[in-house]
Design a protein around this ligand. Structure first.
Ligand code: FE
Length: 344
């Protein structure tokens, strides 16, 4: 078809083509930021949308339940990923230990995030915090019966506790924190006595422990705080969650054990400047409020409140042990789990 015919048949198309031809070819286009995430999209998308609205920078997300670190290793320098988002210090550190992250110098990140919730070497930064709570049957456990992690080893609780596998990251981190505070001997005794107190072989996820309390299988469980938020917000799971009372352990002592979700810059990040802008946005007041609302976690910023539901559970003192100090005890914690036969 020659141009004359185009003009005749499609005058509008011809005008558009002429306009395109007059535009410079290398018009500056805002680059995207690419995120590999172990966190589900619905948890992080609200923040990314707010970021895009403010900056015009698009955020692409690849979500997977596993295999993202392996993928980064395999992709090497050709990886399109700029940021890695993970939760639990065990997983946060997998990327660092695999060598796929890079240190980031940012006054904004360092000034905003408390030191215990970020890496001293700047390879990862906490963006939300979760408490490892004790929950108890409202009708079977009195207020003063149980106030600390140490109490989980009390003979009074024999056959009354449910937890998930001692090998799970959440349990390993809790045991690691006890190691950091109390040393190997005391922690081995504690874990061994806690094992004696189990009502059943460790099984299921954290929510399954709350359901087991509701069903009368046990009276006490150890769970991450946001699962209470998830269950209370879900009409099907709320009745089970309403049978338990939250205990913030170790108030007046070391404080309640905390963990984080975090973000790292990948070693090969192709869009470093924009990715850093996104990292800094993630700890802004706006993003922290959005994140706390949707995931029922605690903001890492000490100047911000949790969502209304989570804040209503009460203020508490958290254990200020650094995530790095906890991480340093993870290997030994895992060994103790085997040594006392926790999962058997
Ligand atoms: Fe979880």
């Amino acid at each position: 078809m020659d141009p004359v015919t185009t003009n005749k048949l499609f005058p509008r198309l011809a005008k558009v083509l002429a306009l395109c031809a007059s535009m410079p070819l290398a018009a500056p286009v805002a680059a995207d930021v690419n995120v590999y995430s172990y966190r589900q999209s619905y948890l992080i998308d609200p923040m990314f949308e707010a970021f895009t609205e403010q900056t015009g920078i698009k955020v692409n997300t690849v979500f997977a339940k596993k295999g993202l670190i392996e993928r980064l290793v395999n992709e090497g320098n050709n990886s399109p990923a700029d940021l890695l988002i993970t939760s639990d210090i065990g997983r946060v550190l997998q990327g660092v230990e695999a060598g796929v992250t890079q240190p980031i110098e940012s006054d904004k990140l360092n000034d905003t995030i408390p030191a215990n919730f970020r890496d001293a070497n700047n390879h990862w930064f906490g963006i939300s915090a979760r408490a490892r709570l004790i929950v108890v049957a409202k009708d079977r456990v009195t207020e003063d019966e149980l106030t600390s992690y140490a109490d989980l080893a009390s003979p009074a609780l024999k056959g009354r506790i449910c937890t998930r596998s001692g090998k799970h990251d959440y349990m390993v981190a809790l045991i690691a924190s006890q190691l950091a505070h109390n040393g190997e001997e005391a922690t081995t005794t504690w874990l061994s006595n806690l094992k004696t107190n189990l009502a059943r072989k460790p099984q299921g996820n954290d929510r399954a422990q709350i359901k087991a309390i509701a069903q009368g299988e046990c009276d006490v469980a150890v769970v991450n705080s946001y699962y209470m938020g998830v269950m209370l917000s879900d009409p099907e799971q709320a009745p089970a969650a309403q049978t338990v009372r939250i205990v913030f352990p170790d108030q007046g002592g070391n404080g309640t054990h905390m963990n984080v979700s975090g973000v790292s810059m990948t070693k090969s990040a192709p869009n470093k400047m924009d990715a850093l802008m996104l990292m800094e946005f993630l700890v802004s007041e706006e993003a922290q409020a959005l994140y706390a609302e949707v995931n029922h976690e605690y903001p890492v910023r000490t100047d911000m409140k949790a969502s209304n539901m989570v804040a209503a559970w009460g203020d508490f003192d958290y254990d200020s042990l650094s995530m790095s100090d906890i991480a340093a005890q993870r290997a030994l914690a895992s060994k103790l789990v085997d040594r006392v036969g926790y999962d058997n």
